[in-house]
Design a protein around this ligand. Structure first.
Ligand code: ATP
Ligand code: MG
Length: 414
């Protein structure tokens, strides 16, 4: 679990601000839900036989003896919120949220126990046009952020019913190779053989690669849905790889699943993934409602922005106020408040805590400010200030308080 320090925060803010603006442009609204939910919610939605539920959840009993869990992902809690607030009776909603998620994984670069996701969900849309739009939105986000070289993998898992037939075929296949299965896979063989395809055990890579393909058992409607999605992506000029091995680590998906991957972050290569989950709302007690969503890992995206040298807007101080002397300090604070009224948006840092002219000017330089406004006791007595350009060698100017805001505005505009 990491501290996010001021030195890195500009990346976080840039990512979140860019996403927030983009989502508004696509008609998505923000929703904020609790970080803690009943443990049963995650068991019922993510699936008992998944890595998350079996090994990764932070689960505890509260003082009333209820089993609670720190959310390992956002979708389950969002669906719970939509149902319990009565928002899914024949309605359509496009929402997004962001915040910390918790998984007790082995920590390594790009894999943390508290990490952050930006999460998008759409409820009430059946057609592949929605699938396409959700994916186009991710592509546009990479473009806005200036992130390059991501690969889009897509697949269709079919409906729950069509998966049953495939499940049986897969079980037979793995059964005929029992000696090659690890302990996790042996356990999943009976209840959830599809999960075996999601294994991260390199020793099983060949076995998984040679397993029968789900694609060949897709029901007709799912196949048509997938074909139209591909067509929409083609028309939009989005390139993708159809990856029949992409099954995703959560049980609730149906039909479309996708994942954006990079080759630039080592083995933690997934930066964003999602899919359709048409059965989950009903499974959790709501009216039958089609739904689809995706989540991106903020740490991985920021890491990638840094690796690729993406430029982000700097939150740089514009003006540093040097106040040397008792009268200067007394007059200076209210002078600065007036400046803030007159130049909204200007980043003004006031020297607090005194110090000599020299030490204050050093701080002014270190702050990155373009200008210093310098006030000593004699300037305060005459109601003037000295304006000094900290970045370009030039003569200092004496400016009256009455003209200070206008002068600063002009200098900063150049
Ligand atoms: P992985 O295959 O890397 O374990 P996942 O399939 O478990 O990822 P999802 O549940 O789909 O991941 O979560 C969506 C995104 O959240 C991932 O694509 C990834 O960027 C990010 N993510 C998932 N787990 C972690 C983690 N422990 N630390 C940091 N980011 C994570
Ligand atoms: Mg995982």
């Amino acid at each position: 679990m990491n501290d996010i320090l001021p030195a890195d925060i500009a990346y976080w803010q840039h990512l979140e601000n860019t996403a927030r603006m983009l989502f508004a442009e696509y008609g998505f609204q923000e929703i904020r839900v609790p970080i803690v939910e009943h443990t049963s919610l995650f068991k019922r939605s993510i699936g008992e036989m998944t890595d998350i539920v079996e090994k990764e959840m932070y689960t505890f009993e509260d003082r009333s003896g209820d089993s609670l869990t720190l959310r390992p992902e956002a979708t389950a809690g969002l669906v719970r919120a939509m149902i319990s607030n009565g928002l899914l009776h024949n309605q359509r909603h496009k929402v997004w949220t962001t915040g910390p998620m918790f998984r007790h994984e082995r920590p390594q670069k790009g894999r943390y126990r508290q990490f952050h996701q930006i999460d998008v969900e759409a409820f009430g849309f059946d057609g592949p046009d929605l699938d396409a739009e959700l994916i186009l939105m991710t592509a546009r986000l990479w473009q806005r952020l200036g992130i390059q070289r991501l690969t889009l993998n897509i697949n269709s898992l079919g409906t729950f019913q069509s998966r049953q037939a495939y499940r049986e075929i897969l079980r037979q296949y793995f059964k005929s190779h029992l000696d090659q299965l690890d302990a996790d896979s042996l356990r999943r063989l009976e209840n959830n053989p599809l999960r075996i395809l999601d294994t991260k055990n390199p020793a099983m890579a060949t076995l998984v690669a040679e397993a029968p393909l789900l694609t060949e058992y897709l029901d007709e409607e799912s196949a048509a849905h997938f074909k139209t999605l591909c067509h929409h992506l083609d028309l939009a000029g989005i390139s993708y790889v159809i990856n029949p091995r992409l099954v995703r680590g959560l049980d609730y998906y149906s039909r479309t699943v996708f994942e954006w991957v990079t080759t630039e972050l080592g083995s933690q290569d997934a930066v964003c993934s999602g899919g359709r989950y048409d059965g989950l709302v009903a499974q959790l007690g709501g009216d039958q409602t089609s739904a689809m969503g995706w989540a991106l890992g903020e740490e991985r995206i920021i890491n990638l922005m840094q690796t690729q040298g993406v430029q982000i807007p700097a939150n740089q101080t514009d003006v540093y106020i040097v106040l040397a002397g008792v009268q200067a300090e007394a007059a200076g604070l209210s002078l600065v408040e007036r400046l803030r009224d007159q130049i909204p948006g200007c980043l003004i840092e006031t020297n607090c805590g005194g110090g000599s002219f020299k030490s204050q000017l050093k701080r002014a330089d270190k702050s990155g400010a373009r200008y210093a406004v310098i006030l000593g006791d004699s300037e305060a007595a005459q109601q003037v200030a000295i304006l000094k350009n900290l970045r370009v060698e030039s003569a200092q100017e004496q400016v009256t308080w009455a003209l200070l805001a206008e002068t600063l505005r002009q200098r900063l505009a150049n």
